[in-house]
Write a protein that binds this ligand. Structure first.
Ligand code: X90
Length: 275
């Protein structure tokens, strides 16, 4: 049985050890250049280009063709997308699923709306991998993933929300605050959208606020994934702060890829966690 996990590139993953995995790329575009969010993308260069770029920029989700290409010729496919509230990725994947299953009777695609992005998608993808490796069948894995989603959440901490506001993904009044010197906007993915909850000045307060919000959301020391956009140092401090209270927590720090770097912008942190 050929089994595959696929996800759009907002999951900040190009590969997954021990299992067939493929990412469908989103595209980041300015008036002068398109950046395809795949393993070849030079994220640092893109972030630098964008920092000095004054014109318009936008993003596009994978099309049906890109999803079909990611499905390849697998017989059972688990497909995770960025929240359908903010992107057409889920709809495109659903259309691809219908075509794929019609063209290849017997094959099955489960399209999962993460209602989130980045590190929370990673947690969900790792869960699917674990279930596959435990030998569970397709229907059970789908059901268990839906259950698992009830116990994961996302927090973000952003220093700039310019690209989010310019692309209509967040309230411009909130974005204006994130643009002020030293102010970070913290929030979660309640409802599958960006839900700003706090505005804090300075790194220390940001870390305290994130830890506190995670605990309020039910965090008790399980797995955490911190994806950062060129802000390893705050990510490390957040990790230490969590470890002080939860010494056995498994906390993995990684980088955002193209799509999340575009929207989270330099300094941004996105945290996925289990509760
Ligand atoms: O289809 C497209 O063009 C993609 C649009 C994506 C829009 C939002 C991406 C946000 C990425 C920002 C912080 C995390 C917020 C999570 C809320 C669900 C990263």
């Amino acid at each position: 049985m050929k089994v595959k996990i696929v996800a759009d590139s907002s999951a900040n993953m190009h590969e997954l050890e021990g299992i067939d995995y493929q990412a469908a790329p989103l595209i980041i575009s300015t008036d002068v250049k398109d950046y395809r969010d795949d393993a070849q993308l030079d994220v640092r260069q893109m972030v630098e280009d964008l920092a000095s770029y004054k014109g318009r920029s936008h993003t596009a989700c994978p099309g049906v063709g890109e999803w079909l290409e990611a499905f390849g010729d697998a017989e059972e496919i688990y497909c995770s997308t960025i929240t359908s509230e903010l992107s057409g990725s889920y709809n495109a994947a659903m259309t691809a699923k219908e075509q794929y299953e019609e063209e290849h009777p017997g094959r099955k695609v489960f399209v999962f709306d993460s209602r989130s992005t980045g590190p929370e998608m990673k947690l969900q993808i790792n869960k699917v991998k674990e279930l596959i490796q435990a030998g569970k069948d397709f229907e059970t894995i789908c059901k268990e993933l839906i259950e698992y989603k009830k116990n994961t959440s996302l927090q973000f901490c952003l220093e700039s929300m310019r690209n989010l506001a310019n692309n209509g993904r967040v309230n411009p009044a909130v974005a204006a605050i994130a643009g002020m010197l030293g102010i970070r906007v913290i929030g979660d993915a309640t409802g599958g959208v960006l839900n700003p909850t706090d505005k804090v000045r300075g790194e220390k307060k940001a870390i305290a606020c994130l830890v506190n919000n995670m605990k309020k959301a039910g965090y008790k020391g399980k797995q955490v994934m911190i994806d950062h956009c060129y802000n390893e140092s705050t990510a490390q401090k957040l990790k230490q702060a969590l470890l002080e209270e939860f010494p056995n927590a498994k906390i993995v720090i990684a980088k955002t890829f193209g799509l999340c770097s575009f929207y989270a912008e330099e300094g941004g942190l996105i945290i996925g966690f289990e509760h």
